[in-house]
Design a protein around this ligand. Structure first.
Ligand code: ADP
Ligand code: MG
Length: 342
């Protein structure tokens, strides 16, 4: 089922939490709401779910206005970080809960539960209680419970927030695989970029109650439309510079800044992997130190007249030959984004 949100606004007291948000999620898509904490992601999700009422604006499911539909009538499945399993019920009873409420008979319940146990890799655990499960298993039971009544939309709010890094990664794979099998229209909220980019087809960046940008992970990484998105996604070097003849001068480092008016200030955002350098006694920068980050090396250098620049390369990159503290280097920026300052 497709979802369309049109001009949603929501205040909490005088605080504007959702500021004229419109977005569209085609049927069958897996979309991430990504952004800093407090940006309004959960509030938008809760309005879509019918758990919160907007001040103005509308939610449509397949072009049908859902504004006056009760949460239970929306055909939505939820998984929330703090929406715990029923502790006094077994895995089986937890998953069957929504079916029982809807009056499914015993045979129907058993068949559906077995199907979900298989889908979520939970076979053999049906008689366990939540306390006898690992964090990852618990979240998979929560997913199975949400899916049991065959919702038309699945909404997940930081579903993997409470588990450790390794389990979190397993759960991402589960969610992606699940989606590839079931193709249920799904939105999941996260503040973790890696999670958003590795799982979702499309990412919607939300900040201060507004949609900053919506697009594929590649579009958002390579064509950030706002300075906020450019800074928020991935590590980057950020400079203020004046543009002359399409070139911004970051101290002694020239950087191409197309689209910026000559003589004006620009904010330049340069990703750590969008530059090259080599040893050159006549270069414009000095290496300060190198740091090993597992399979990558991060290099800190100082540009004459502009301060620090960071870069990152695969550990065995030939660009790192002869790079050590104190050597002079020539830097070439292969790609930068420029935004008018102010
Ligand atoms: P996110 O999920 O992006 O972290 P939220 O949607 O939870 O953001 O919150 C957006 C803003 O609205 C925050 O500043 C939060 O404190 C505020 N807020 C959310 N829910 C309520 C509420 N029920 N009452 C008052 N303020 C709220
Ligand atoms: Mg939230």
């Amino acid at each position: 089922m497709g979802i369309r949100v049109s001009h949603l606004t929501k205040h909490f007291g005088s605080f504007l939490a959702v500021d004229d948000v419109s977005l569209e999620i085609p049927s069958g898509d897996l979309v991430a709401f990504l952004g800093p904490s407090g940006g309004g992601k959960s509030t938008i999700l809760r309005i879509i779910a019918g758990l919160e009422t907007a001040d103005s604006g509308s939610v449509f499911f397949d072009e049908e206005n859902a504004d006056h539909l009760h949460a239970r009538a929306r055909g939505v499945g939820f998984v929330f970080q703090h929406y715990a399993l029923f502790r006094h019920m077994t895995v089986m009873q937890n998953i069957a809960f929504g079916l029982r409420v809807r009056g499914a008979n015993h045979t129907q319940q058993t068949a559906r539960v077995q199907e979900l146990l298989a889908l979520m890799g939970l076979r053999g655990l049906e008689e366990r209680y939540p306390s006898q499960l690992s964090g990852g298993q618990r979240q998979r039971v929560a997913l199975a419970r949400a899916l049991a009544p065959e919702p038309k939309v699945l909404l997940l709010d930081e579903p993997f927030g409470a588990v450790d890094a390794k389990v979190r990664e397993d759960l991402r794979h589960w969610l992606r695989r699940l989606h590839d099998e079931v193709h249920l229209t799904s939105i999941f909220v996260t503040h973790d970029q890696e999670e958003a980019f590795s799982v979702a087809d499309r990412v919607i960046i939300i900040n201060k109650g507004r949609v900053e940008q919506a697009g594929s992970p590649e579009e958002i990484l390579d064509q950030p439309t706002t300075e906020f998105v450019a800074r928020f996604i991935g590590e980057a070097n950020v400079y203020q510079a004046t543009v002359q003849n399409g070139i911004a001068h970051v101290g002694a480092l020239p950087v191409s800044a197309p689209g910026i008016t000559d003589g004006t200030q620009a904010t330049l955002v340069i990703r750590l992997y969008d530059l090259k350098f080599w040893r050159d006694d006549n270069g414009m920068a000095t290496v300060v130190r190198t740091m090993t980050l597992g399979d990558r090396i991060k290099v800190e250098a100082t540009i004459d007249g502009a301060g620090t620049i960071f870069s990152q390369f695969p550990r065995r990159s030939s660009l790192l030959k002869g790079i050590e503290p104190g050597v002079r280097i020539h830097i070439e920026v292969t790609m930068a984004r420029a935004y008018p300052s102010g």
